[in-house]
Ligand binder design. Structure first.
Ligand code: ATP
Ligand code: MG
Length: 574
């Protein structure tokens, strides 16, 4: 799945949309805060692959930096060695680049600050603002209290600074067992904000880290590491999702208490939720590791790797992120909007070809057996500069089985006995006879063509109601085509029904493999990752499996049916 990854900046899609975050930043710049500089960061934890929710954050952070002439740091918040891995680091970097963003030489790891972070923890102890606590995890939870009851102070809370310094050094030196003690901030056990009830800052873990190896057996907690990493890097605006709103007082407390020379401003926005899928790393990991899908880049997943493999262009994802905008309230975005953005982008750029998914043989009885004509076909009606190509036409063709009915219902205008239709870029043909096998299944149509209609023209102006796609049987190349449907059968699988696991709503028909499709020979030139339209069938791309299978394998990215555009026309969306 190695589509060429380019490190160039995206063409900046100029956005007229001014969201509340851009307003705040514009005001800060106007007031000359931070010397007018804007520095943002995208801070994933390398414990899974990125998904389209992360794309929202990436587009926001890198986009804001670009718009305000600032920079965006790429930073890994790698403070939890148990779940993190180098594989994820590589995959994340590839995905961000593929989306079109460039961090230049500003690639950072929170783990590079471990020594500095340790120093800040020591400084907190010196200021009487942190202590080593020997309560167990369970006891800490019990002491914490609830939203309605204040917590109780730990019996270890009032140790002397000297004792705390010695114990914290012992923690680092590996003199305690895992879970035996932690370092906690000394804030306020009665605070209405649970995050301020002496939160844990460091815990002991005898787990090697993917970058620092066995150098450390104590690891900082996210809140502590994050605020200080932002500070160390001179981040001016730390943009994060709403679940961190209640953590902001702690973020600010850490920087205020340490009287750091710089204090980034944390601003929260609503995370992206998308219908008919899940955007939680934990659930995505479960789907991948449980074998519910074929891997992180399964085209049914909302991961960037999956979307890429499915044929979704990065431009469409950026356009989608621009359209959904940034707000303060959580919402569920209709996946039809994403599909609409994909169609809009591909409609402009994707070359057209013909292919037949469920082939039905057509024999044109009055067409010479040894004749092959090269018909001229338009590559992209939306883009005249894309030119034309030649498609071979001959006596035996494949058409789509769906395009024929022996007993056509009222509104069926395609091929039927005695009826004439147009073959796109070919001729007008008329069905004369239906050939069946012993089981009564239709195996072949005997047709005639009108030589005066070359290219599908009707010199006498006669009308036909349908135009069908086709391929020449002798020239077509075989393909396996993978058709995708939504991964889940319900809009919001995570919240469909209380107590019912989201996996119960997996769509058993999310993948349909069409093993014996035929496509026009021009498709043989395409490479894995190339995107195109199969006329009337949808947008597709060449799957990297083509190189393994020795057979063309295609993924359908989206069908041509745009449910969002129809809603838009009817004024049902804004
Ligand atoms: P975890 O539970 O592992 O923390 P996460 O989805 O928050 O999962 P991170 O690696 O911490 O993953 O995310 C990196 C950044 O992407 C964070 O700033 C986070 O707020 C943002 N982000 C994650 N999910 C979404 C989403 N659905 N919409 C918008 N931003 C998101
Ligand atoms: Mg997170």
């Amino acid at each position: 799945m190695n589509e060429q990854v380019s490190a160039t900046s995206p063409t900046v899609e100029t956005t007229a949309v001014r969201d509340f975050i851009r307003e705040i930043i514009a005001e800060d710049v106007r007031q000359g805060k931070n010397g007018g500089r804007v520095v943002t960061r995208f801070p994933p934890e390398p414990n899974g692959y990125l998904h389209i929710g992360h794309a929202k954050s990436i587009c926001l952070n890198f986009g804001v930096a670009q718009e305000f002439g600032g920079v965006c740091h790429m930073r890994f918040d790698d403070t939890n060695p148990e779940k993190e891995d180098k594989e994820y680091v590589e995959a994340i970097l590839q995905d961000v680049r593929w989306l079109g963003y460039d961090w230049g030489d500003r690639l950072f790891f929170a783990s590079d600050y471990f020594e500095q972070l340790y120093g800040f923890a020591v400084e907190l102890i010196r200021r009487g603002k942190a202590y080593v606590c020997h309560l167990s995890t369970e006891e800490i939870r019990q002491y914490r209290g609830t939203l309605t009851e204040p917590g109780r102070e730990s019996p270890y809370r009032n140790r002397s600074i000297e004792e705390n310094l010695r114990l914290f050094a012992d923690m680092r030196a590996g003199k305690f067992r895992e879970g035996e003690c932690v370092l906690r901030a000394k804030i306020d056990m009665a605070s209405p904000n649970l995050n301020l009830r002496d939160p844990v800052l460091y815990r002991i873990k005898y787990v090697p880290h993917h970058r620092t190896g066995t150098q450390w057996c104590i690891y900082p907690m996210y809140d502590f590491a994050h605020a200080l990493s932002d500070m160390i890097e001179g981040i001016t605006h730390s943009l994060c999702t709403l679940e961190f709103e209640d953590h902001r007082p702690l973020y600010d407390w850490i920087l205020d208490t340490l009287e750091t020379p710089h204090h980034p401003r944390q601003i929260e926005f609503a995370r992206l939720n998308l219908s008919y899928t899940v955007l939680s790393k934990r659930k995505l990991i479960e789907l991948v590791e449980g074998g519910y899908v074929r891997g992180w880049d399964d085209p049914r997943l909302p991961t960037l790797a999956g979307l890429r493999r499915r044929g979704v262009p990065p431009e469409a994802i950026r356009d989608f992120c621009r359209r959904i905008g940034v707000a303060k309230r959580d919402s569920l975005v209709d996946i039809a909007l994403l599909e609409h953005c994909i169609r809009e982008d591909l409609n402009r750029r994707a070359p057209r070809f013909m292919g037949v998914l469920r082939p039905l043989k057509v024999v044109i009885e009055n067409y010479p057996a040894d004749l092959v004509e090269e018909m001229e076909a338009i590559n992209n009606p939306e883009d005249p500069s894309a030119g034309t190509r030649k498609v071979p036409f001959s006596r035996e063709l494949w058409i789509e089985a769906d395009d024929f009915r022996e007993n056509p219902p009222k509104k069926f205008f395609r091929l039927a006995p005695g009826r004439e239709v147009r073959l796109r870029y070919g001729y007008l043909i008329t069905c004369r006879d239906v050939v069946k096998n012993r089981d009564g299944e239709i195996v072949e149509l005997r047709c005639t063509y009108d030589p005066a209609t070359r290219g599908g023209e009707t010199p006498d102006g006669r009308k036909v109601k349908a135009t069908l796609h086709w391929v020449s049987a002798a020239h077509a190349i075989p393909a396996e085509v993978r058709l995708y449907d939504r991964l889940f059968t319900v809009e919001n699988p995570a919240a469909e029904k209380e107590g019912v696991d989201y996996k119960n709503f997996l769509n058993p028909r999310s993948l349909e493999v069409v093993a014996n499709a035929w496509v026009e020979p021009n498709l043989g030139k395409l490479r894995p990752g190339d995107r195109f339209q199969l006329e009337r069938l949808g947008y597709f791309c060449v799957d990297p499996d083509s190189e393994i299978c020795g057979k063309l394998v295609l993924n359908r990215t989206v069908t041509l049916k745009d449910t969002w555009a129809r809603l838009e026309q009817r004024g049902l969306v804004d």
